[in-house]
Design a protein around this ligand. Structure first.
Ligand SMILES: NC(=O)c1ccc[n+]([C@@H]2O[C@H](COP(=O)([O-])OP(=O)(O)OC[C@H]3O[C@@H](n4cnc5c(N)ncnc54)[C@H](O)[C@@H]3O)[C@@H](O)[C@H]2O)c1
Length: 358
């Protein structure tokens, strides 16, 4: 029997991974205790997704346990042992603004939690492929010191810079920069994951996400940019744009496209390899451009205002260069672009909001 184990299984990436791998593995085991609701409040609860996975996926087994509790997670690893052939570790405290509120909680989940998963994989199923969902915040605010130019609706990098054509690659330093507490706990986890690959020789892939998004995001102000933007667009709730004239640029990758990267990596794994993983030049927008697309989709103006102060550690311009991944896995391609993503978020969010209000 082949088992895929996914942490954060009710979150955006985790639940996409569960659906995807339920068709490829005999059993998909998910760990998620809805910490998302504890972190961000009731509107961010993933309970709806836990119930959906349990009712829709027959070969899904859910464990409502905390990845900070080594003994509890160990029981799950012991239950399946070497049948575990893939671990997708997507449980996290994912917000860089939130991390400063409780650095110990943030580090406990993001860094120590990741070490638990890596060590339990080494001890119980060392041949398994381990996927770690890292973040572009490991580069701290270094991207903000690139030569940026202001255009009418977005910041853009100078055309003569080597990152102009394809975006920022993995050669950017992760050292000596302002990461935010979140970025620091993710760096710890990212480097630990690399070490389990390079030192212990395990099959470990580290995917440094840009904006990961899709219709299953439980978007909230502190996390889930496009999902929360669309939610405000639909409900008329007020949306605040923080700093940089609303021209800050993010690249957005659909959760399915990211999980499909994991699948390619799983079939031909490497040891401790890092990849930037985002929408790249294929799918990106500034805050202003994102608002304009939402307004077109819903057919009315959004209720938003501008706040001069930017978020600490926020990127002004981030486009991931995914060509390293493409060079290792040439058959991988994007399935969704920005318009597809927002249209899908609109459809699923409208339906979820209708269900909640009834
Ligand atoms: N969404 C993004 O824009 C983005 C960008 C870059 C990187 N990432 C990374 O990708 C990964 C997945 O992000 P996401 O958007 O799916 O986040 P998410 O918040 O939607 O999902 C994370 C899930 O983990 C669960 N969880 C958190 N702490 C837990 C704990 N201690 N024990 C058990 N479960 C716990 C939460 O309840 C939640 O369902 C994270 O590592 C995140 O840092 C996300």
């Amino acid at each position: 029997m082949k088992v895929a184990l996914v942490t954060g299984s009710a979150g955006l990436i985790g639940s996409e991974a569960i659906e995807f791998f339920s068709k490829k593995f005999d059993l998909v085991v998910g760990i998620d205790n809805n910490t998302r609701q504890v972190l961000f409040g009731k509107e961010a609860s993933v309970e709806w997704n836990i119930q959906r996975l349990q009712s829709e996926i027959p070969n899904y087994k859910h464990y409502s346990i905390d990845i900070r509790n080594y003994a509890d997670v160990e029981k799950v690893f012991k239950e399946y042992g070497s049948s575990i052939d893939l671990v997708v570790h997507a449980a996290a405290q994912p917000s860089h603004d939130w991390a400063a509120k409780e650095p110990l909680t943030d580090f406990g989940i993001n860094a120590t939690g990741t070490l638990h998963l890596l060590e339990l994989t080494r001890l119980n199923c060392e041949k398994a492929v381990f996927i770690f969902t890292s973040t572009n915040k490991v580069y701290g605010d270094t991207p903000n010191y690139l030569p940026l130019v202001e255009l009418e609706n977005r910041w853009e990098i100078s055309q003569d810079h080597r990152f102009f054509a394809k975006g920022i690659d993995e050669t950017m330093s992760i050292d000596n920069t302002k990461h935010s507490l979140f970025g620091a706990s993710k760096v710890a986890a990212d480097v630990l994951a690399q070490e389990y690959g390079k030192y212990f020789g395990m099959n470990v892939g580290i995917f440094r996400g840009g904006c990961l998004t899709g219709p299953k995001h439980s978007g909230t102000q502190l996390h889930g940019f496009l999902a929360y933007l669309m939610k405000c667009a639909i409900t008329g709730e007020h949306y605040s744009v923080f700093g940089y004239k609303g021209k800050q640029v993010r690249d957005n990758i659909h959760s399915w496209d990211l999980v499909n990267m994991f699948w390619h990596f799983y079939q031909n794994p490497r040891q401790g390899e890092v990849y930037n993983a985002g929408g790249s030049r294929h799918s990106n927008c500034s805050m202003k451009e994102g608002i304009a697309i939402c307004e077109t989709i819903i057919g009315k103006k959004m209720n938003y205002s501008y706040v001069e102060d930017n978020r600490i550690g926020d990127h002004i311009w981030w486009i991931s260069d995914v060509s390293k991944f493409k060079s290792h896995y040439p058959t991988w391609e994007y399935k969704y672009n920005l318009n597809d993503i927002l249209t899908q978020i609109h459809a699923s969010m409208s339906q979820r909001l209708r269900t909640v209000s009834h």
